[in-house]
Design a protein around this ligand. Structure first.
Ligand code: CIR
Length: 257
């Protein structure tokens, strides 16, 4: 795998109204969130990708998490049908940008009653693990796998019990290496990979992203950082603490392809 492009969307001031499971962390501070976003873009650029930066959408508080309304594979793009009502319209906002990169026969859609959030999709080569979650339903997964198979790719369902999205708790770093936390540590689906176990107190740090040989790690998770470095990866550290307040992290903030 080698990524050439990344799509991101600036956070809006409405980010403070984003959906959260952790209100005790407080609301994100907009100015700080923008700084973190700028640092994130700078880190991505250091990994050798072209970054397309979309403008903020105040009407959609969670729209900086561009990973959820689309999934991009090496064969085509899938516009999802996001499972949270307040986010569903984000799919129409991202589609024109996706179409700048893919022609008609390489853009597919998840349609109602199917729902799917891209945060539930983890790419491992030509196979895609899909979390069945509060956002992604059985019909959404069925449609998604059908589209993949039409392109010569494959997919499989992973039921989730505890986390919001699949990639909240498990992320593939390429080369057979997988960061796993919580409910994913013992899942048979991931038995064949070299699992790096993320301790409970650093669970949020499981959401790292591999970009062309470098792994971007969230700031403040020293055990994860060391484990990733011990695997031989170059690392870049980016603070995502404002996004954490609304359940967001490194992977949700971009589409990489
Ligand atoms: C949400 O609940 O949809 C947002 N506040 C966070 C989305 C995080 N996205 C992701 O894990 N892919």
């Amino acid at each position: 795998t080698k990524f050439s492009n990344v799509i991101v969307r600036k956070p809006g001031r409405s980010l403070c109204d984003g959906i959260t499971s952790a209100p005790e962390l407080g609301q994100p501070i907009y100015e700080r969130a923008v700084e973190e976003h700028d640092d994130y873009i700078a880190a991505l650029k250091q990994c050798g990708v072209e970054v397309t930066e979309l403008p903020a959408l105040e009407a959609y508080p969670d729209s900086c998490f561009v990973e959820d309304p689309a999934v991009i594979t090496r064969c085509g793009a899938i516009i999802t049908n996001p499972g949270a009502d307040s986010r569903n319209g984000e799919k129409d906002e991202i589609e024109p940008t996706i179409r700048q990169f893919f022609d008609d026969e390489h853009v597919a859609h998840i349609v109602a009653p199917g729902t799917l959030d891209g945060g539930d999709v983890m790419m491992v080569g030509d196979h895609f693990f899909v979390g069945r979650s509060a956002r992604t339903n059985e019909e959404g997964i069925r449609q998604f796998i059908e589209i993949l198979e039409g392109w010569g790719l494959s997919g499989s369902e992973v039921p989730l019990e505890e986390v919001l999205h699949l990639k909240t708790g498990v992320n593939y770093l390429e080369d057979g290496n997988m960061l796993v936390s919580g409910e994913f540590i013992d899942k048979p689906d991931f038995a064949e990979y070299n699992k790096v176990i993320v301790p409970e107190e650093e669970a949020y740090g499981a959401n790292c992203i591999w970009v062309n040989g470098t792994v971007i790690v969230p700031e403040g998770y020293p055990t994860v950082l060391k484990a990733v470095q011990d695997l031989g990866y170059k690392t870049l550290v980016v603070d995502t603490s404002e996004y954490r307040k609304v359940d967001g992290g490194l992977s949700c903030l971009s589409l990489r392809f």
